[in-house]
Design a protein around this ligand. Structure first.
Ligand SMILES: Cc1cc2nc3c(=O)[nH]c(=O)nc-3n(C[C@H](O)[C@H](O)[C@H](O)COP(=O)(O)O)c2cc1C
Length: 492
């Protein structure tokens, strides 16, 4: 079978047709159909439930330490049910609710564009995870339960789909993050494919920090044979598709070899009266599928880089408190933050995670008000942990304009913009690189959120005008595509 992944025209086409511009946002004419709003929870009415412990003693490890990967990974840490629940809760748990009219809206531990929560979490553990039966589970944040989808320890099947990558083959448990596209497409249409990866990224930021705070290693894997993971979790790869995997903990235990999983015949509650599919979104997802283990091996030949490093001696909140307090800032006071805080945030949030793809993103900033820094446009070097001034000036107006004319960009202290060199990304990984770059931006952005809240500052993710953003940061950013913006500052 021909690999679609190397025909990268599809990724370029998708990116072009889903760009926002001043004209496009005024001419699209998309109305939100509130009566058809997708339900944000996946419910399996027939599946048996395992209630998770509700008394969660969340980690008090200083948040910057956990985010940056500085917490000590201990080989002796067992993955018991309490630990696992804390990790799942920090990744996807419900943290707040708000009544709008007669309805309650639930907010979660990680930020999600439009609070639409398209990302589901599945768990394959086995005899190695204490207190867990060998069953493939779906995590239900609504009632803090795991629901059994199929019996057996399926880590072998997952390892095979990842071409037997050691982090997966030796994982004590594997989490599968999967996107239900309609949930986000209801609002963001075909562009929502990008948002699904950003949201998976913010979830990863929380998940990995929580795992690290428990002393557990967490490795991200983006390269797998799509069809095999789809079959295992019983999704069609068009309405819902696996986005990435996380291997929790490394052990010496052998994964079992598994037979091909039988089709999963479990009903789920419909999301809304009618679902609409977006051909450009589906085409992009198909174009970045990997078709066999040989293809997985061929594109994932990079050594994983360790995250981590030094941050600063700032007093920050513990990780658990940070996650529970986090919520997107709706208005910033036009006040400065100290340069030391921005430096700590960039250091803690920018390390490349343990994963199977190379660093793909670059970090640019518009500094509006940071004490000790000239206002202007900057590029950030992760290697030297330094900022390079690209142009000095008061760019509050530009910052507000670039993020779709939202005052949040103009009022924040600093607007971070993650970008990627498109040619390099596609030549390294094919269209799969488009997925990985969006995910990496979401992860860095999610960590930036946590770092800001740990210092009792505010943050919000933001979308943007694509071409205008590149032009603003050019010539340095020529050939780049913008991936995600995150505004940091003092909440009003
Ligand atoms: C990838 C991403 C993009 C976002 N884009 C915007 C945006 O353009 N404007 C905005 O006001 N909020 C934006 N947000 C914030 C979300 O609306 C917010 O996370 C969601 O409503 C959930 O609320 P919470 O973060 O307070 O828990 C974004 C969040 C994420 C993760």
């Amino acid at each position: 079978m021909d690999s679609p992944n190397r025909q990268t025209e599809a990724a370029r086409f998708y990116h072009d047709v889903t760009k926002h511009s001043y004209t496009s946002v005024r001419s699209v004419g998309h109305r939100l159909d509130w009566d058809n709003r997708p339900f944000p929870f996946k419910i399996y009415p027939q599946a048996a439930a395992l209630a998770l412990p509700r008394q969660l003693d969340l980690s008090s490890t200083p948040a910057l330490e956990a985010i940056s990967g500085g917490a000590e990974i201990s080989a002796a840490t067992p993955l018991d049910l309490e630990r696992l629940t804390r990790i799942l809760f920090c990744a996807a748990g419900l943290t707040r609710k708000r009544k709008v009219g007669t309805e309650y809206y639930h907010f979660r531990a990680a930020a999600s564009a439009g609070a639409l929560y398209p990302v589901e979490v599945y768990l394959a553990g086995g005899s190695g995870a204490d207190g867990l039966e060998p069953v493939l589970y779906h995590f239900s944040p609504a009632d803090l339960k795991l629901r059994g989808l199929r019996r057996g320890d399926w880590r072998g099947a997952i390892a095979a789909a990842c071409a037997t990558r050691p982090s997966i083959a030796q994982a004590r448990a594997v989490l599968i993050l999967s996107g239900i596209f309609w949930r986000s497409a209801w609002k963001y249409q075909a562009r929502s494919y990008r948002y699904c990866f950003w949201d998976a990224g913010t979830m990863l930021a929380n998940l990995i920090a929580a795992a690290n705070a428990e002393g557990l290693a967490a490795d991200i894997v983006v390269d797998f044979v799509d069809a095999e993971i789809e079959r295992l979790i019983g999704v069609d790869g068009e309405r819902e598709g696996p986005l990435c995997l996380v291997a929790l903990d490394r052990t010496e235990i052998e994964t079992p070899s598994n037979p091909e999983p039988a089709p999963l015949e479990l009903d789920t509650v419909p999301l809304s009266n009618q679902e609409r599919s977006y051909p450009d979104l589906i085409a992009m997802h198909r174009a970045s599928k990997l078709i066999d283990a040989a293809e997985v091996r061929s594109i994932a030949a990079w050594a994983a880089e360790e995250g981590g490093g030094v941050w600063s001696n700032l007093q920050v909140l513990g990780l658990g408190e940070t996650i529970v307090r986090r919520g997107s800032t709706r208005k910033f006071a036009r006040e400065p933050i100290p340069a030391e805080e921005l430096a700590a945030l960039l250091t803690a949030s920018s390390g490349h995670p343990r994963c199977d793809f190379p660093p793909l993103t670059d970090t640019y900033l518009i500094v509006n008000a940071v004490t000790g820094l000239t206002p202007g446009a900057y590029s950030y070097s992760r290697a030297s942990r330094s900022l390079e001034l690209l142009k000095a000036g008061d760019f509050r107006g530009n910052a507000g304009y670039l993020c779709l004319e939202q005052p949040l960009g103009a009022d924040c202290s600093a607007l971070i913009c993650y970008m990627a060199d498109f040619d390099r990304t596609l030549s390294l990984m094919g269209s799969r690189g488009y997925r990985a770059a969006q995910l990496e931006a979401g992860l860095h952005g999610g960590r930036a959120y946590l770092a800001a809240y740990s210092m009792e500052r505010g943050a919000t993710g933001l979308t943007f005008y694509d071409d205008d953003t590149v032009e603003f940061f050019s010539p340095r950013a020529a050939g780049n595509i913008p991936l995600l913006m995150v505004a940091i500052g003092v909440p009003a």
